[in-house]
Design a protein around this ligand. Sequence first.
Ligand code: PLP
Length: 465
Amino acid sequence: MKDLLRQIPPVHELQQLNDFIAIRREHQATKRLWTSWIQKAVESLRQDILQSEHPNPADFQEIIIKKTRHYAKQWELPALHKVINGTGTVLHTNLGRARLSEQAVARVGEVAGNYSNLEYDIEKGKRGSRHDILERRLKEITGAEAAMVVNNNAAAVYLVLRALAKGRKVIVSRGELVEIGGSFRVSKVMEESDTQLVEVGTTNKTHLYDYEEAIDEETAMIMKVHTSNFYMEGFTESQSTANLVPLTKEKDLIFYEDLGSGSIVDYQAQMIGKEPVVGDIIAQGADIVSFSGDKLLGGPQAGIIAGRKQYIDILKEHQLARVLRVDKMTLAALESTLQEYGRDNIGQGNDVYRAITKQSDEMKKNAENFIEEMKGLNRLTLQVKACTSRVGGGTMPEVELPSFGVEITSKNMSQEAIEKFMRINPPYIIGRFLEESYFLDFRTITLPEIEQVKQALNKLNAYMS
Ligand SMILES: *Cc1c(COP(=O)(O)O)cnc(C)c1O
């Protein structure tokens, strides 16, 4: 073995050879990067030998070339890339939540690839503020006096608490102390923001007098958190915004509602969930609300804060606003998304809205056409099945959206192996299991993506043949 290892050619010698020089040229790689590929290839061969493989030393060079090509190819592949979401979960946090509309993507491209008036007042010909770009539209859409945008809703919660309640008490119902996605805990954010959390009530019941009794001279705020990622049924009581606003007014406190998803349109009117509408909460007298840009709104990752001007002004001037500020690409995507909400048929512009309100007939028809066209597959059995999709992103957890999709099974391959094949090969299709079979929910798959799924299944079929 030692003898074999000794016969591996040194990297600097390999670098003299035409094959290796060609790889560098092909990829226009820096010397440093190219060297690292060869080093990794050599190391990989060493490991093969140590793990008791015995390649012929005459083949060493060929083996290293192959491995070097492999590392070069890997370098070219993006680590972050598109996947096809066949889970049916519209706001899948692991899959990047909301999908932007074509117009929004185009606006990001325009602003990112050019100079822009990000902080420049075109009319006056002098410095402007990035806060002004979206405020007018946000005010129109929420009905609030003022608004601003930060990096995400977690940042919004942090900024609001830190800037308006630092060193003072904030009262929250115990039933609303939610944990979102395993890492965002309202209680932890409060700790970090240096506000003192006062929990009132029990996990299932909080009365108005619970709030009232907790108020003292150190109280700055009552915070209501929309419990978007869990759903309690039965013997529960919580206080609505309309109930809490008069109390905060009477006691001269700030009323802040973290809406989480922040719906602009009324899904409830379409018999979907019980999500409060941002404009209604503002109209009920909330001093401040915050919500995410990439949940129900269907825009980029962002945190939107709207409410009374006197408070938003404080937030804008706070040093943290600079720390948490968003990039021009976010502003471009968000502006385009907000414009979609001004259009009569937002379903044509906003993918999240469209995906949630899609009728199951549409998915059924697409799934049936799909199967019809894929009849030729001899190794796979496809079947249209009814299913339920989820909104996801911790939004409307109780809602089950009726949908349709395709079950894919094979006598030659386990459902786990099918799942893996679809997942790890481009175009990276992420499905799920329905009654223990591999399944693609067509709610979250677009027509062009259906074509890609067809190609992938053809490949899978060929792979088994
Ligand atoms: C999702 C959510 C957050 C965090 O929002 P991000 O935009 O993911 O940072 C905060 N509060 C509530 C109630 C949420 O649902």
